[in-house]
Write a protein that binds this ligand. Structure first.
Ligand code: FSO
Ligand code: SF4
Length: 545
């Protein structure tokens, strides 16, 4: 195996024997092969789309397949083997439909369009299509940058899709981009253009998800979220899927079972629609990488709706449930029923037999500053900026992770002068959202917009401020970007920001292993992207920017 798609890639180069995330060699290979099979589907489906043949089940299959290969989503080898088999069937079905309609397919001659094999052949084939078969380091780097960007787009699109929102142009782009990554003659310039186009579709998809979430559940509002526990048995929900949470809240109503959020599900508390459930108690614990301790002390069942899952300990494995694209061998999975709904009865019955959660902390955290809420406060914020009470905003959105180096973000937040405000989204916030950083004239010094996809809100806020201050360029705003990344959705968010013209973004704790030296050089020249150093030097650099 070779995988370098996340920030924790082994030695900053790539995982080769087993993933730092726990992904095994065979799962990694099956993920590579699934991606290759999705490219094969896309070769034909792009032609189908050109001929006005819309096969929605194919679009959704490609979207789900991409999502399932994101870091910490699915560790189940059999899941991928089944998906590869399905993919080969789907590919050949589209080929058949196109031939029946007399569409000329002479231009499709890539191996991805024709290869076939049984399970026994899959491992050998996976080695033939490994990332490392692309020998040119820069081309490989750009192709993977695009692939990871569209994996994140697929994840955000999936959440919107669950709520009945879709965008055919995004489906089309995803598949067109996958096809381009098969092109052996593509130039570096063409790939750079495709990187920027990925950024454009990242913005469109985050906007679509924002519309899906806010029109279904209302606009997030300022909310204090309880971090203590009550004395009833509980279910802990993690991941990003609000639809799953909604169904679970409905099904647990009146059962005596409480519901808590973990990690990236925390922002669900900010939505008006979820405030109506009196058994929706609060948030338990911290970000994803602490789940091995926190799932243990929660005592009740845990539902993983998306990433980030880590290989479970035996002490809570039997209390763990996955759903959607998430999977782990030996862990119970809640499927989508024929009626389009999920039946969570077994989790609820399981919860009733469990002890209430062990309290690990007490108090409240504050959030809910998505664009609508912040724009409602914009007069106050603009006034504070004009009067010099707020000198600078620091965007510290993104992901958390287990590397010790990430303590930097806590130290950085603590060291920021009192006239600065942190804008955050994603699980990076857990590095500083429980510090008492105070407020500026009633404006909290940590403004949490929500999940990583709500970084879109931060972009909307920045664009609004640019308008209010009458600036020509978003980079003239007193905003610095000190972003933490971990997995591929953060790549998507980064490409979205680049597409919106944001410069001087600093990315940490380390730069992506998949960016070659030359690609980094271009990103530095064009966008002045940088890494991080130490708190003291970085503070000086960010504050004088
Ligand atoms: Fe964190 Fe995990 Fe949301 Fe990522 S939970 S690391 S960017 O998956 O998705 O912010
Ligand atoms: Fe390694 Fe990250 Fe790939 Fe897991 S996802 S195998 S940790 S690079």
């Amino acid at each position: 195996m070779f995988c370098f798609q996340c920030q924790e890639a082994y030695k900053g180069v790539g995982c080769v024997l087993k993933g730092v995330c726990g992904k095994t060699d065979d799962v990694a290979k099956m993920q590579d092969l699934l991606i290759y099979a999705l490219k094969g589907i896309s070769l034909y489906n792009v032609v189908a789309k050109e001929n006005q043949i819309q096969l929605e089940e194919v679009d959704s299959f490609v979207m789900e397949g991409l999502f399932s290969t994101i870091t910490n989503v699915n560790f189940d080898k059999q899941y991928f083997i089944n998906k590869i088999k399905d993919a080969l069937m789907i590919r050949d079905k589209i080929k058949y439909v196109l031939k029946e309609k007399g569409v000329n397919l002479d231009n499709i001659n890539h191996d991805a369009a024709f290869w076939n094999g049984n399970e026994i052949d899959f491992y050998k084939k996976a080695e033939e299509v490994s990332i490392l078969t692309e020998k040119d380091e820069d081309i490989r780097s750009l192709k993977e940058l695009i692939t990871y960007g569209i994996k994140g787009i697929a994840a955000y699109l999936y959440h919107a899709y669950q709520l009945g929102f879709k965008d055919n142009k995004v489906f089309e782009f995803i598949q067109r981009a996958l096809v381009k990554t098969l092109d052996d003659n593509i130039s570096v310039d063409e790939l750079f253009n495709l990187v920027m186009e990925t950024g454009k579709y990242a913005v469109d998809t985050m906007a679509l998800l924002d519309k899906a979430n806010t029109s279904t559940y209302g606009h997030p509002e300022i909310t204090k979220v309880n971090i203590g526990v009550r004395n009833n048995p509980g279910i802990l929900v993690s991941g990003h899927d609000l639809k799953d949470l909604e169904e679970l809240l409905k099904q647990t109503e009146g059962t005596g079972v409480d519901v808590y959020t973990h990690g990236e599900m925390l922002p669900a508390h900010y939505y008006p629609a979820f405030k109506n459930y009196s058994h929706f108690v609060g948030n338990y614990g911290n970000s994803w990488w602490q789940q091995d301790k926190e799932f243990e002390s929660f005592n009740g069942p845990i539902l993983m709706t998306t990433n980030c899952l880590i290989p479970p300990k035996e002490s809570y494995k039997d209390r763990l449930y996955t759903t959607g694209v998430v999977g782990f061998e030996g862990v119970k999975h809640i499927p989508l029923g024929k009626d389009g709904k999920k039946d969570f009865t077994q989790i609820i019955e399981h919860a009733k037999k469990c002890k209430p959660p062990t309290e690990i902390e007490q108090g409240e955290i504050l959030g809910g500053f998505a664009h609508s809420q912040v724009l409602a406060l914009s007069d106050k914020i603009v006034d504070a900026v004009k009067k010099g009470a707020i000198k600078r905003f620091i965007v510290m959105a993104g992901c958390d992770g287990r590397m010790k180096e990430r303590e930097y973000y806590t130290e950085f937040a603590k060291a920021l002068p009192k006239d600065t405000v942190i804008l955050t989204a994603g699980c990076a916030k857990y590095r500083y959202n429980k510090l008492d950083l105070g407020d500026i004239n009633g404006i909290p010094r940590v403004i949490d917009a929500g999940q990583c996809n709500d970084s879109y809100s931060l972009a909307v806020i920045a664009l609004k401020l640019k308008e209010v201050f009458g600036l020509k360029d978003i980079n003239e705003l007193p905003i610095s970007y000190n972003i933490a990344w971990y997995e591929q959705k953060a790549v998507t968010v980064l490409l979205a920001l680049l597409y919106l013209g944001v410069k001087n973004i600093h990315l940490g704790p380390t730069l992506p292993a998949f960016l070659s030296k030359n690609v980094i050089k271009v990103l530095v020249d064009k966008f002045n992207i940088g890494g991080i150093n130490n708190v003291e030097d970085d503070l000086k650099m960010f504050l004088k920017a």
